[in-house]
Design a protein around this ligand. Sequence first.
Ligand SMILES: Nc1ncnc2c1ncn2[C@@H]1O[C@H](COP(=O)(O)OP(=O)(O)OP(=O)(O)O)[C@@H](O)[C@H]1O
Ligand SMILES: [Mg+2]
Length: 348
Amino acid sequence: MALTEAVVREALKKVKFPGLSRDIVSFGFVRGVRVDGGSVEVEIVMTTANQSAGEAVERDARTALEALPGVTSVKLDCKVQAPQAPQAATPPRTALPGVRYKVAVASGKGGVGKSTVAANLALALLREGAAVGLLDADIYGPSQQMMMGCTDKPRVSPEEKILPVDGNGVKVMSLGFLMDPDQPVIWRGPMVMKALQQFIEDVEWGTLDYLIVDLPPGTGDAQLTMTQQVPLDGAVIVTTPQDVALIDARKGLAMFQKVNVPVLGVIENMSAFVCPHCGNRSEIFKHGGGRRTAEQLGVPFLGDIPIDPEIVVGGDVGTPIVVSHPDSAAAEAFRALAIAVRRQIERA
Ligand SMILES: Nc1ncnc2c1ncn2[C@@H]1O[C@H](COP(=O)(O)OP(=O)(O)OP(=O)(O)O)[C@@H](O)[C@H]1O
Ligand SMILES: [Mg+2]
C-alpha cells in the first residue's frame, strides 16, 4: 500500500485523546499532513489546558506513524493551545434556531433526582404531543444514556451533523457518548466547553418544541459557564424536602440570575412515600420544604414527586416511570410538572 496523506490520516484516527473515546482527527486537531516518499510531516494543534494530554497524544501519534509500512522518518509539530477563558456574557439566543424552548434542570447538590426529573419531564412533554430533545450535559456522571434506554451510538449525517439517538421517542444527546466508560474523567472545563459547544452547534436536533438540559449538580463555575454556553429560555430547580435544601436552591437561583435565565420554579422530589399496597402516604423527609423554598425565593412552586421504588427500576432499565407505569402517582406528578413547566415557559 502506497504511503499517502489518506493513509497517514487513517493511522492518526487510532490516536485517542486521553480519557475520551474520540480520536484526534475527528476533534479536528490534525491540521496539516505532508508525505514525501517515506518521510511524513504532521502538524497537530490541540486546544486543552492539560499539558500532559498533549504529550501523550504526541507520543501515541509518533508510535502510530512509525508503525506504518514505508515510513522512514516522522516529523511531528505538536502544539498545545490553552483554551480561551469563556466570556462572561449572556449566551447567543440565536443558537439552536429549530428549538422553541431550551429548559435546564438544575440542582444545588447532587443526587436529588435531577436526571430522573429531566428524563421523566422530557417524556411527559412528549406524551403531551411535543417534539422533545434531551441533552445530558453532566460532565461528572452522564446518566441519560442509561435512563433513556439508548442502545445506539450517535451517527454523523452526510452534512457532518451529529444525529441524536432515540430514547423512548425523545432525541437524546449525551456527553457520555463521547466518554470512554473505562477511563476516568480527566477532562477539565475547557475540553468540556468545546464538547458542549459542539453539541450545541453540530447536533442536528431538527425541529423541537423543547430541549431539556440535564446540568451537572452544583452551582459552581463549571455550571455557570454551561448556562452561558446553552442559550437557555428557563430553568427548573430540583430540591428535596429537607430544610437545608433551601440554601442550595438559593445558590441555584443566584446562578441563573447572573446569566439572565428565568427560573421557572422549584420542584420537590422524593416528597413522600406512597405505600404501593395500602396507598398510605408517609412523609419520610418531612414535607412542604419545596413549596416554602419557592415562596422564600419568590419563584413558582411547580409540584412534588413522590418516592417510588419503580422510579429507580425505571431509570436502571432505560424505561422511566412515565412510560413504564403511566398510571402511578409519580407518573401523574411528572405529567402535572410538564403542564406547569409549559405554563411558566410560555409566560417567561
Ligand atoms: N422520586 C424518587 N423516588 C425514588 N427514587 C428516586 C426518586 N428520584 C430519584 N430517585 C433515585 O435516586 C437516585 C438519584 O437520582 P438521579 O440520578 O436522578 O439524581 P441526580 O440529581 O441526577 O444525581 P447526580 O447529581 O449524581 O447527577 C437514582 O437512583 C434515582 O433512581
Ligand atoms: Mg444526574
